[in-house]
Design a protein around this ligand. Structure first.
Ligand code: NAI
Ligand SMILES: CCCCC/C=C\C=C\C(=O)C/C=C\C/C=C\CCCC(=O)O
Length: 274
């Protein structure tokens, strides 16, 4: 996919990985809607980006991704502003083991809702141009995380959902033109991680092994990979039209595509005639 003049929709785009990806899309000539619950950060993000890339190319829509109506309205406002939609990045996320129902709602349910609601605007057979849905998982979506079991459950859910949607819709891709991929970064230096330096914050959020994790974050955060590195690899995945159903692990050593295990039952079912 040539990113020039394409339109991206990024939830959690006011900060961290979402913001870095928004900026890189703008550098490639795309237009971007930053979708976020934090109005102050969202407006600030857009005013910074507008100075560099032009007011016509970036917009902010306040949206709580746990509210279906907010997500629908954000899609409508994005298309009203830019006239099309090509890229959906369901990226908003939180870390809160205490409030695991909210955690599931933001990190997993909203990814499914953003995919289902957004799909109808992307589908070539429903008036869209085709495109790509990129869901934000984590290395915690591929391996156990002893400090963050509920968080890991949401991120495993994102991988399972994204691969399943890709497989389920792959047979008709010529009709709808939509690809589904997810990214699984290792720990990245963002405000989310910086907020974990304090053991009080970790305890409030019910994160396991709080003291050990706080020590680890404080000692290592400066050396963690940067959000711009996640954005560079995310953009490569977005643009690569050969990739559908990919789970891309991003670490300081580079990227790796993690394949699901093969099983004849599922392989045969994927080939079933409908
Ligand atoms: N930083 C890291 O080490 C890693 C982060 N991730 C994932 O990347 C994504 C982005 O995380 P970061 O950039 O690190 O965090 P961040 O805290 O810097 O950015 C998250 C953004 O999501 C927004 N947000 C939170 N709840 C929302 C809601 N209900 N509705 C709309 N927006 C909401 C926040 O306001 C914030 O702007 C998350 O899904 C996170 O789980 C994945 C792997 C590693
Ligand atoms: C080891 C540092 C953990 C810091 C956790 C903060 C944010 C994590 C965000 C993620 O998406 C996960 C990324 C990397 C951590 C992966 C596993 C946690 C390792 C410790 C554990 O097993 O819980």
């Amino acid at each position: 996919m040539n990113l020039k003049d394409k339109v991206g929709f990024i939830t959690g785009g006011a900060s961290g990985i979402g913001y870095a990806t928004a900026e890189l899309l703008l550098q490639h000539g795309a237009k971007v809607a930053i979708i976020d619950v934090n109005s102050e950060a969202g407006r600030k993000a857009v005013s910074n980006l507008a100075v560099k890339y032009g007011e016509a190319n970036v917009t902010f829509v306040k949206c709580d991704v746990t509210e279906d109506g907010d997500i629908e309205e954000a899609f409508k406002q994005t298309i009203a502003k830019f006239g099309r939609l090509d890229i959906i990045m369901n990226n908003a996320g939180i870390l809160n083991e205490s409030n695991y129902k909210l955690l599931i709602s933001v990190n997993l349910t909203a990814v499914i809702t953003g995919t289902m609601l957004g799909l109808k605007y992307l589908r070539k057979d429903q008036g869209g141009n085709g495109g790509v849905i990129l869901n934000m998982s984590s290395i915690s979506g591929l391996k156990p995380s002893l400090c963050l079991p509920a968080y890991a459950a949401t991120k495993h859910g994102v991988v399972g959902y994204t691969r399943s949607m890709a497989n389920s819709m792959a047979a008709d891709i010529d009709v709808h033109g939509v690809r589904f991929n997810c990214v699984c970064p290792e720990c990245t230096d963002t405000p989310m991680v910086r907020s974990l330096e304090s053991v009080d914050s970790l305890n409030r959020r019910g994160i396991h092994h709080a003291q050990a994790l706080s020590n680890y974050v404080s000692e290592n955060v400066d050396d963690m990979i940067k959000a711009s590195y996640i954005a560079e690899n995310t953009i490569k995945l977005l643009a690569d039209e050969t990739k559908n159903g990919a789970a891309m692990l991003i670490t300081s050593k580079g990227v790796a595509f993690i394949d699901p295990p093969e099983h004849p039952y599922f392989t045969d079912r994927a080939n079933l005639k409908r």
